[in-house]
Design a protein around this ligand. Structure first.
Ligand SMILES: Cc1cc2nc3c(=O)[nH]c(=O)nc-3n(C[C@H](O)[C@H](O)[C@H](O)COP(=O)(O)OP(=O)(O)OC[C@H]3O[C@@H](n4cnc5c(N)ncnc54)[C@H](O)[C@@H]3O)c2cc1C
Length: 505
């Protein structure tokens, strides 16, 4: 037994690594985070180009409402109440090239009325859809670290919702979308881009939370959240090292004993937590020596969220009259790469975040999903000139589509930035450049993968690769559960911030 004076090394400073660090440092461990990139955040990131900040991650943070599910857990890792959240009335607007328009409101009554007005022939399905959003509005987030009695109590509370949860989790967005007639409504459920098997449950729950004003956008984006968690960790006395790439997790007699960095330096630890990519953790950092049947099944069978390009535009124009999130359904698909053609393009027009551009200007981003990460990674490695040319081609296509919607916009674009799946892999190390880990499908259900590996002691995994569906809450909740299990094993008190004493079993 080490007690809470032990040393914990955390591999990876994304949201999961940072949350684990706060929980562990707060419970008395000495924690060091090793992050391979030059700054923490992982996928929860943005970057600055001239006057503009380009956000990649944050659409919504589940748990933004002080009286809503998950808020109390966010409070344990950061001063979440110091953030300013925007709750959009309109989640997304879809438009075609022929004047067709569909608004997806976050208020379920307005959404239902809008859908009925564009598709009265689909009334039965629309009523079911709105009913599902209403029913799941108060669904508690299942807690991964609850002891059995509490878990049973939670399950009992969820009992009336279980049939609906089961049905929706076994329906893909693509199949669900086919139940509706208007192409714009189908495009809302699935507009193409490689996530067609995503369970529609994920979408319904997101809309339910937005309707509850518990999935707001934090001004400053994902880095505002990351900064707050990092501040809490540093204030507790923790340490983080950036540009420190772990190449091996060291073991002795089936016990994790520390890590080795790329430059050969070794660091000893009483516990190692990997908050890095799941595939790399098992196959590279642990050299394939430890595995679990659940992970083998997942690597062989589960689908990942796709990778993506992001075209970011610095626009010297006030676009505050435009929707914040605009999906354009195209007559002619845009070619992203040899295997990817997109029939819809989605633009985020960040007029609602004044920290992203000076007054009178607007940061705009376009997210282009692709599963052909290898094309971009190979091109960047083998032919930088062609890589650049392909990035320029995609950027011009994205601008041309926007120009049709916002005439003359091209004349006021003063910054263009393109990231690709090669960028995602380089900056975060995620398998296949995935944006969010495992897609939640009928295969995965809403269960999680193990946080420990059979035969390996004093090792834990956290983050989006142990919780299908991914997202920022997966980082928070898997981290909480892992550190709580570590404390239990060490007979040390688990002391999340705000709790007066050890959290009771
Ligand atoms: C476009 C986009 C939109 C999204 N929108 C939302 C949203 O609106 N709401 C939401 O909740 N979620 C959203 N997500 C998902 C969310 O960003 C991710 O699920 C979450 O950030 C993953 O966190 P993580 O800590 O598990 O993994 P990561 O963020 O991948 O962190 C892993 C970290 O480990 C580091 N690392 C890897 N290997 C090593 C190594 N060998 N040594 C040292 N360090 C290493 C990486 O550099 C990285 O910092 C979005 C993601 C994307 C890409």
């Amino acid at each position: 037994m080490t007690g809470a004076a032990g040393r914990i090394i955390i591999v990876g400073g994304g949201i999961a690594g940072l949350c684990a660090a706060v929980y562990a440092q707060g419970s008395g461990y000495r924690v060091e985070i090793l992050e391979q990139h030059h700054s923490p955040g992982g996928l929860a990131t943005s970057w600055r180009r001239g006057d503009y900040t380009f956000e990649t991650c944050l659409h919504w943070l589940a748990g933004s409402n002080p009286s809503g599910t998950l808020h109390a857990e966010w409070r344990e890792v950061c001063d979440i109440d110091s953030l300013h959240f925007v709750d959009h009335d309109e989640f997304v607007r879809l438009e075609d090239q022929h004047g067709g328009r569909l608004r997806i409101y976050t208020d379920v009554d307005r959404l239902e009325a809008e859908l009925l007005s564009v598709a009265p022939e689909d009334e039965v399905e629309i009523r079911h859809f709105a009913g599902a959003i209403r029913q799941l509005a108060d669904l508690p987030m299942p807690r991964l670290d609850e002891p059995w009695p509490a878990r049973v109590a939670s399950m009992l509370k969820m009992l009336p919702d279980l049939p609906l949860l089961w049905r929706l989790s076994h329906l893909s967005v693509e199949d669900y979308g086919r139940r509706f007639s208007p192409p714009l409504l189908r495009a809302f459920f699935f507009g193409g881009g490689g996530a067609e098997k995503l369970s529609v449950l994920a979408l319904v729950i997101s809309l339910a939370w937005m309707g509850n004003r518990n999935a707001g956008y934090a001004i400053g984006g994902s880095q505002a959240i990351i900064r707050l968690i990092l501040e809490r960790f540093l204030a507790l006395g923790g340490h983080i090292r950036c540009e420190a790439r772990v190449s091996r997790i060291l073991t002795e007699g089936d016990v994790a004993t520390g890590v080795q960095l790329e430059d050969g330096e070794t660091i000893a630890a009483d516990w190692v937590i990997s908050a890095a990519d799941g595939h790399a953790t098992l196959h590279d950092l642990l050299g394939g020596a430890y595995t679990d049947r659940a992970f083998e099944t997942a690597f062989a069978r589960y689908e990942t969220f796709p990778s993506y390009l992001q075209v970011s535009l610095g626009v010297a124009r006030d676009l505050s009259q435009e929707p914040g999130y605009l999906t354009l359904v195209l007559d002619d698909a845009v070619e992203v790469d040899p295997e990817t053609r997109l029939q819809t393009l989605s633009y985020r027009i960040f007029h609602y975040d004044p920290t992203f551009a000076p007054p009178g200007k607007t940061a705009v981003t376009c997210f282009l999903p692709t599963r052909n990460f290898a094309f971009w990674a190979d091109l960047r490695r083998d032919d930088l000139q062609r890589y650049q040319a392909e990035k320029d081609r995609v950027a011009q296509a994205v601008i041309a589509v926007l120009e049709r919607r916002l005439p003359d916009i091209a004349t006021v674009i003063e910054t263009v930035d393109v990231s690709t799946p090669a960028t995602v892999v380089r900056c975060t190390g995620n398998w296949k450049g995935s944006m969010e880990g495992w897609l939640m499908t009928s295969d995965t259900g809403f269960g999680s993968l193990p946080r420990t590996l059979p035969g390996l002691e004093r090792f834990m995994m956290v983050g989006q690769w142990v919780q299908p569906g991914g997202g920022l809450p997966s980082g928070l909740l898997t981290a909480r559960a892992a550190v709580r299990a570590i404390c239990r094993e060490d007979h040390a008190p688990f002391l999340p911030e705000g709790s007066e004493r050890e959290v009771a079993e």
